[in-house]
Write a protein that binds this ligand. Structure first.
Ligand SMILES: Nc1ncnc2c1ncn2[C@@H]1O[C@H](COP(=O)(O)OP(=O)(O)OP(=O)(O)O)[C@@H](O)[C@H]1O
Ligand SMILES: [Mg+2]
Length: 290
């Protein structure tokens, strides 16, 4: 089975499980820390493309990945920030997904353009933002050719049910992807019992495969939405907010959510934890294949 070097797939989960939020905020933090990141949007909704501030129609509408996979063109990347390039999604992402349904060598034709890019040494990591489970062949291709998997989940029966079928999904796809862990998202900071219960439940579901990450991303819809409206990553928005004095907030009638700084800090902590798990996995893999 192929494995795209240094690839992290953010996926598995129904609509709204925070796949895009997780993929984009981690990509944003890592790039701000100096890692050269390629963010690959595989969802026809093009949410990740929009989060980084691009208009899908102005950056190829998903055509670049389609042309690379279907016609062997070099994969075009779009610069979004220093150290952060994007493979944009859009209308043509659907065309590509349909094409892959009938293609005999889907995983190979999907992986080759990314393998070439990673071999060119322009990027340290590629982060894939997947569409909702079961909605696109592109998600299957990424699960079959990605190296590491990160799974977001929030509390609630439906979300946890999705985790229970994770092993089954990977088996059906014959995927060798390495599960780095599950990230608990959108759980209130003021709900310690719910946090503990959800963490325990996830740990039980994943028993022996991977632990849930220690960092939990709090419920903070308003803070997240404000950062989106500003066209910034959370960490960028929080940094900007920290420079606005209370007097200026009052004069300009800007209301900065009080939990913004905590939310941004949690993503920093999570990014560090994911780094640590990748480093650990790399050491184990080196031991296996010295
Ligand atoms: N910390 C948070 N607290 C509350 N809501 C949040 C938080 N972070 C993100 N959200 C909201 O969660 C929703 C789902 O986010 P997101 O788009 O990341 O999900 P997704 O899994 O990518 O969805 P899809 O399957 O449609 O691609 C969004 O409406 C976003 O505003
Ligand atoms: Mg999404």
């Amino acid at each position: 089975m192929r494995s795209i070097p240094n690839s992290i797939v953010v996926g598995i989960g129904k609509g709204g499980s925070c796949k895009t939020t997780l993929a984009t905020q981690l990509a944003g933090i890592w790039s701000s820390e100096g890692k050269r990141i390629l963010l690959a949007d595989l969802d026809v909704q093009a949410s990740a493309t929009k989060v980084v501030g691009l208009d899908p129609r102005e950056v190829g509408d998903g055509r670049h990945l389609m042309d690379a996979v279907m016609y062997g063109d070099d994969l075009t990347t779009i610069k979004a920030r220093d150290n952060l390039d994007v493979i944009a999604a859009g209308r043509y992402t659907k065309t590509l997904s349909h094409h892959l349904v009938t293609s005999d060598n889907g995983p190979e034709s999907f992986a080759v353009p990314f393998e070439k890019l990673m071999a060119s040494d322009r990027f340290d990591r590629v982060v894939f933002d997947l569409p909702p489970s079961g909605s696109s062949r592109l998600a299957d291709m990424a699960m079959q050719t990605g190296k590491y998997l990160l799974v977001p989940t929030s509390a609630g029966v439906d979300n946890l049910e999705g985790l229970r079928v994770l092993a089954e999904e990977l088996e059906i796809l014959e995927s060798d992807i390495i599960l780095l862990g599950v990230v608990l998202m959108k759980i209130g900071a003021g709900a310690p019992r719910k946090r503990a219960e959800t963490r325990a439940e996830v740990a039980e579901i994943l028993a022996g495969v991977a632990d849930p990450f220690h960092t939990i991303i709090r419920e903070a819809g308003a803070a997240y939405d404000d950062s989106r409206k500003a066209g910034l990553f959370l960490h960028e928005y929080a940094e900007w907010a920290s420079t606005v004095s209370v007097t200026n907030q009052i004069h300009a009638k800007i209301k900065i959510p009080t939990n913004l700084a905590d939310l941004a800090r949690e993503f920093y902590e999570l990014a560090d934890e994911v780094d640590d798990r990748i480093a650990l996995a790399e050491r184990i893999l080196e031991g296996v294949n010295p």
